[in-house]
Design a protein around this ligand. Sequence first.
Ligand code: GDP
Ligand code: IMO
Ligand code: MG
Length: 449
Amino acid sequence: MANVIIVGAQWGDEGKAKIVDLLAEQADVVIRCQGGCNAGHTVVHHGEVFKFHLIPSGLLYPDKLCIIGSGTVISPEVILREITEIEAKGYATTNLKISDRAHLTLPYHITLDRVQEESRSKDQNGEKIGTTGKGIGPTYMDKVARIGLRLGDLYETDELLKKQIAHILSIKTPLLKHAYQAETETVDEIFTLCKQYAEQLRPYVTNTTPLIHEAIGAGKHILFEGAQGTLLDIDHGTYPFVTSSNATAGGACTGSGIGPSRIDQSIGVMKAYTTRVGSGPFPTELNDSVGQHLQEVGKEFGTTTGRRRRCGWFDGVIGKYSVQVNGLDGVAITKLDVLDGLKELHLCVAYKNIQTGEQTSDFPTRLSDLAQLEPVYETFPGWTGSVHGIRAYDKLPIEAKNYLTRIAELIGTPIAIVSVGPERQETMMVCNPMRNERKDDKASAVTAC
Ligand code: GDP
Ligand code: IMO
Ligand code: MG
């Protein structure tokens, strides 16, 4: 058994939650490490759909310890609502623990998120980022500026808590008023809210670091659930069209408080095509009937905001980049079934400079450079029939296997898992990361893991 990081390897919504839910059966602990309620993680179990925003996707198993780690940002309103909803469905939340180091998202963060987005659209340089509007960026801003309120601070004396809130609002109130002509709450209002949250969250908030290290010491197996995706990472994504945390594998270590030496495998989740929600570059985006097919058949609507996801072909350049910046030992390819019925598939194998014709397979830093590049495609025949009911990699149509083989070759890592539907069992496990299986252990090494 192993400690395994699951990360999004594109622009989010790759199907991370489905893979985490699947692998969680073999784990003892599931940890969310970064991001906040901007995440929308869908688990489908026996036809019932669960949409998690902060709760780790292991919660449907009664015996798993589910931790929301120190690198996350917590909206008390959202987590309390999620707890109420999941309990109403008959699931216990006694195994849920939230790090007292995680930062709190408060109403003024949400206001700031909104007014900053509005001002971006007014500013002549400012295209909107298309944030989820959940206050994520402003909460991380305060964390880095060292004026954030952490969950643990809720349990300080009234005097200390009030002093901290007064200090924060002495910065936020003038900023909101003068830069954005917006109002914020008073010190007393935020204080009252914090006291209420402190009581409601008391059973869950704790120092999670010893819990995690006790589990590691006892030889337990940990699954780290990434949120967002590599191209949304604050350092490695398509900045500034990114989120405000490290969605790459390193974020799982910093966001939970464990060292990289404790990780056995990192697995990236990629759709068999590409989607993006929100603004920003997307080289393989399709605005035609194929894009429409992917959007409709893939039911590509944002889990958190309900926005229509932009869709396009699989991009091998970002795939290779993701493998590099995450150190991926393998990938889970999801939604292969959505390609059923397409006569031809295109795979982006490189980018070509539209001025010079020069080709590259390296993802550029500057968006102005990216704007000079267009995708170079290889074409593959589609398959007849549906892959939805297939449960063994070898039984996939040859066209699907050829397509997947080329993906693995392009990105430079094996395919460990193939998903052909939202349910747990609609999956082909080629290499089991929880057993630390690797390409070299398997005879089928060429095409998959
Ligand atoms: P996450 O944020 O990465 O966890 O992904 P989301 O839950 O936001 O979006 C993925 C969507 O695809 C969800 O509706 C899943 O139920 C669905 N899904 C996951 N894997 C598959 C698959 O292999 N095939 C199909 N058709 N749907 C899938
Ligand atoms: P999961 O975990 C897809 C996008 C937003 C926006 C940008 C910044 O479900 O994959 P933010 O609110 O974080 O400041 O928005 O990031 N974004 C996501 N896109 N899936 C997500 O999470 C996302 N979380 C944020 O659409 O473009
Ligand atoms: Mg999602």
